[in-house]
Design a protein around this ligand. Structure first.
Ligand SMILES: NC(=O)C1=CN([C@@H]2O[C@H](COP(=O)(O)OP(=O)(O)OC[C@H]3O[C@@H](n4cnc5c(N)ncnc54)[C@H](OP(=O)(O)O)[C@@H]3O)[C@@H](O)[C@H]2O)C=CC1
Ligand SMILES: CC(=O)N[C@@H](CCC(=O)OP(=O)(O)O)C(=O)O
Length: 323
């Protein structure tokens, strides 16, 4: 009988950890190992488990994730970090299998894998094919506007919204929508810049809406600044070809009307509870404007679904198991 790989989720009771747990706990091809709740922040107890399993999934704030990595003494244990701490760090592989040819092979053989941020997953899914294929040059000025459900802010933001909902007592939302990060330099910009291949960091404005889960990431392309702008069809074909063999990145056919609610709104929640990121291209060749949009579940392909996909790759399992 072959032994099942042992998995420890450090931060199992947090927002991301719970979602990973729920995707893994029905599986009989792995063994989930848990820490006693009262000892979940005890470094000695965590170190024992971290060094006794095959893969540790870190679902912790950045500092606690760095601490967990410092506790690793077993050179055979693999670490998958869902936090921002190691996304551009040396010695770590970026856990976005669809990003570049050969990326999933790197994930499969790595000891240290970082799970991408939710916003960067949407952004990179849109822009990476255009830079990689030379449809846009690396110096094209890029801005990103995105909206996330409030679970993107973890337990703290969920608690805040729970209390808003109590105060509004069924009435109109107290905080329906707000932009943030207005000092710029959001913690995700570094990985957006690094893995896109852009010459300069994109200007990123995130926002949060009064819904728990779901995300839209918008990348406007003011093509009129170019002498010979690519058409919408060229942009669409480049992105669609890039992901043609990928299951979890869906490039929606150009001008697909049925995906807009009432023909008008693109709904942020439509990918919830899935591991898909959808990429849309909207374009007007006459006005030389285009807009790329990614739609994903911040807790799906944006966090926990992506973590399970990476775990499967790291264990040499079929990538789609449990997703
Ligand atoms: N929410 C999202 O959409 C996404 C989150 N992420 C990242 O995943 C990580 C986890 O985020 P999220 O689940 O949202 O956050 P939560 O705040 O919901 O959960 C964090 C968990 O870590 C535990 N924890 C905190 N400090 C320690 C410690 N020193 N030792 C052990 N456990 C500790 C907390 O326990 P306690 O509550 O008891 O303090 C809590 O269970 C973060 O780095 C986040 O940025 C990544 C992508 C998307
Ligand atoms: C709505 C909200 O607050 N979202 C979070 C991003 C969540 C996330 O992806 O965090 P990691 O980079 O640690 O993975 C934020 O903007 O900080």
């Amino acid at each position: 009988m072959t032994t099942k790989p042992k998995i420890f989720i450090d931060g199992e009771s947090g927002t991301t950890g719970l979602q990973i747990y729920s995707r893994l706990n029905q599986r009989d091809d792995i063994e989930l190992v848990s820490i006693e709740a009262s000892k979940r922040k005890d470094a000695t107890e965590r170190a024992k488990l971290i060094n006794a399993v095959d893969v540790v999934i870190l679902c912790l704030p950045d500092d606690a994730a760095r601490e967990a990595v410092s506790l690793v003494s077993n050179t055979t244990v693999k670490i998958l970090d869902a936090s921002t701490a190691h996304r551009t760090a040396e010695g770590w592989v970026y856990g976005f299998p669809e990003l570049n040819p050969g990326q999933r092979e790197k994930i499969a053989s790595a000891q240290f894998v970082s799970n991408p941020g939710c916003y960067p997953t949407g952004f990179l899914a849109c822009i990476r094919p255009l830079i990689a294929k030379g449809i846009l040059k690396a110096d094209f000025p890029i801005t990103v506007n995105a909206v996330s459900g409030y679970s993107g802010g973890g337990k703290n933001l969920i608690q805040k919204y729970d209390s808003f909902h109590e105060q509004q007592a069924g009435g109109e939302s107290l905080y329906p929508y707000g932009i943030y990060g207005l000092q710029f330099g959001h913690k995700h910009v570094k990985e957006m810049h690094y893995f896109s291949g852009l010459a300069s960091p994109p200007l990123f404005v995130p926002s949060v809406g009064d819904f728990e889960q779901g995300m839209l990431v918008q990348v406007p392309l003011p093509l009129g600044i170019l002498d010979n702008p690519p058409s919408g069809e060229v942009i669409y074909e480049a992105i669609a070809n890039y992901y043609q063999s990928e299951k979890f990145v869906q490039v929606v056919p150009l001008g697909e009307p049925t995906l807009l609610r009432d023909g008008t709104f693109l709904d942020a929640k439509a990918m919830n509870d899935t591991n898909f990121v959808q990429v849309f291209v909207f374009a007007n060749d006459a006005t030389k404007e285009a807009l790329l949009v990614a739609r994903l579940d911040n807790l799906g392909k944006g966090a926990s679904g992506a973590a399970v996909q990476n775990l499967n790759i790291m264990l040499g399992f079929s990538e789609e198991l449990g997703l």
